[in-house]
Design a protein around this ligand. Structure first.
Ligand code: NAD
Ligand code: TYD
Length: 333
């Protein structure tokens, strides 16, 4: 079986490739990635000589690149490729529209032409907008509030439309926030861990009372595997964990785990359009036999340990383009 993983050089894409190669002997994994600032082949250094693995550099929004990668005749396509950081989408939405909307369209067109067994669209709970109480189900309407979530919603809507119109074998997945190794240190957890390791303060937005739900990388990869093997074409699946926490509580946990005082918190200006809370009902996925194994404490412990043991991985990432982004991000704080 050939599995095409787009965005496989990113955080979760590379975790998923590791998972596939560990779980399945008889598999061919093709990683198709543009290598943006978030794409890093270091994430896959340990498997680059594995005969079951190959890498093709290219853009999911470029028809020629996509045509080339479909010559590998994938049985399954898992689309992780995206621009993913909300703060960057506020500064510069265009790249999000190009990759998350036009890229999804380009992949769907290639599948219409070449065919494949299943197209799994990796998406987010953020497309549903913010929810004060209760949980979003797969039927909740899309009410995206950031250029990131609006772009993801656009890609997801196209998936639905291609299934309805052309019978394209699509499954859409919406997940809560990820936590685990290889996450680019711009997202809150790796940013805060690495800042503290560098003796820097952690910038907490607004009142710090926004709520996010977190799922550990291993649990998430098993969820996608479950959907890949048992999920029904044309369906939508939420992936959650029940691990909900405010940013302030999360920050306090990180500070405690790293034996640092709360003086290291720096309250900064709130994110524009900042969603208050995300929360997903994932009972539909549970019916396929999946459940998460990591609670937040265990996930956080494993993640902090990984960043402590892999300073040489993240240190070079916090320079160059990253510093330019940070200058822009905090110039008004
Ligand atoms: P990431 O930002 O770490 O990696 C994205 C990868 O996609 C990078 O390797 C990048 O080079 C590649 N890429 C970007 N544009 C591309 C293009 N045009 N063509 C080919 N490759 C391109 O992402 P992540 O945090 O691992 O997220 C992966 C997926 O999961 C995304 O679709 C995201 O929307 C979704 N998601 C993420 C979270 C989260 O908490 N990070 C939560 C729910 C859903
Ligand atoms: P983030 O990791 O960017 O994920 P998302 O916005 O996609 O949920 O942010 C998680 C939460 O942490 C979000 O409520 C914003 C907040 N946050 C901070 O308080 N400070 C930061 O420096 C960052 C990056 C995020």
């Amino acid at each position: 079986m050939t599995i095409l993983v787009t965005g496989g050089a990113g955080f979760m894409g590379s975790n998923f490739i590791h998972y596939l190669l560990k779980t399945y002997q008889d598999v061919r994994v093709v990683n198709f990635d543009k290598l943006t600032y978030a794409g890093n082949l270091e994430n896959l250094r340990d498997v680059e000589r594995d005969k079951r693995y190959s890498f093709i550099k290219g853009d999911i929004a470029n028809e020629g690149d996509v045509e080339r990668v479909f010559q590998t005749k994938p049985d399954v396509v898992v689309n992780f490729a995206a621009e993913t950081h909300v703060d960057r989408s506020i500064l510069d939405p265009k790249a999000f529209i190009m990759t998350d909307v036009l890229g999804s369209y380009t992949l769907l067109e290639a599948i219409k032409k070449h065919g494949t067994g299943k197209f799994i669209q990796i998406s987010t709970d953020e497309v549903f907008g913010s929810i004060e109480k209760g949980k979003f189900t797969e039927e909740s309407p899309f009410e995206p509030n950031s250029p990131y979530s609006a772009s993801k919603a656009g890609g997801d809507h196209l998936c639905r439309a291609y299934f309805r119109t052309y019978g394209t074998p699509v499954i859409v997945t919406h997940s809560v926030n990820f936590i685990g190794p290889y996450q680019y240190p711009e997202k809150v957890i790796p940013l805060f861990i690495t800042n503290l390791m560098e003796g820097k303060k952690v910038p907490l937005y607004g009142d710090g009372l926004n709520v996010r739900e977190y799922i550990y990388t291993e649990d998430y990869c098993r969820a996608i595997d479950t959907i890949m093997t048992k999920g029904e074409i044309g369906e939508v699946y939420n992936i959650g964990s029940g691990n909900e926490i405010t940013n302030l509580e999360l920050t306090k946990k990180i500070l405690a785990a790293m034996s640092t005082s709360e003086d290291m918190i720096e309250y900064v200006k709130d994110r524009l359009g900042h969603d208050r809370r995300y929360s997903l009902d994932w009972s539909k996925l549970a019916k396929l036999g999946w459940k998460p194994e990591y609670d937040l404490d265990r996930a956080l412990e494993a993640t902090i340990e990984w960043y402590k043991a892999n300073e040489s991985w993240w240190k070079p990432l916090k320079s160059g383009e990253y510093l330019e982004y940070y200058k822009k991000q905090y110039q008004n704080s």
